[in-house]
Design a protein around this ligand. Structure first.
Ligand code: ZN
Length: 110
């Protein structure tokens, strides 16, 4: 295989990996909404594993909804508590108590 082809193949598999991540994300969201938190967590872990294997960064839009510590899918009012403090978005995982802060942007839409 030529060098150019190898690079192209790498790009292609990353694209597929990202697509898979989005699919797993919506599956996790569905399960979390249905109250099946354990299953949602499993999807989150799978999503992360794909990211590691293909060296793809989890999109920040997706990251907001996942607990870094326990892998819980964070749903406002269900598995997470979300608040605003000093212009920052505070997301607290109700499963493990881990709290994360994000700079607040109106566009994010949580
Ligand atoms: Zn957690």
């Amino acid at each position: 295989m030529g060098r150019f082809q190898a690079i192209r193949k790498k790009k292609e598999s990353r694209k597929i990996a990202k697509e898979r991540m989005h699919i797993l994300y919506s599956l996790a969201e569905e399960c979390a909404l249905a109250g099946n938190q354990e299953r949602a967590r499993r999807y989150v872990l799978l999503l992360r594993r794909i990211g590691m294997r293909y060296n793809v960064v989890v999109p920040s839009k997706l990251k907001v909804s996942m607990c870094r510590k326990c892998g819980m899918f964070l749903l406002h009012g269900k598995t997470a508590r979300i608040g605003l403090t000093q212009g920052r978005l505070r997301v607290e995982c109700l499963s493990c108590g881990n709290t994360r802060r994000f700079p607040y942007k109106q566009k994010r839409g949580i």
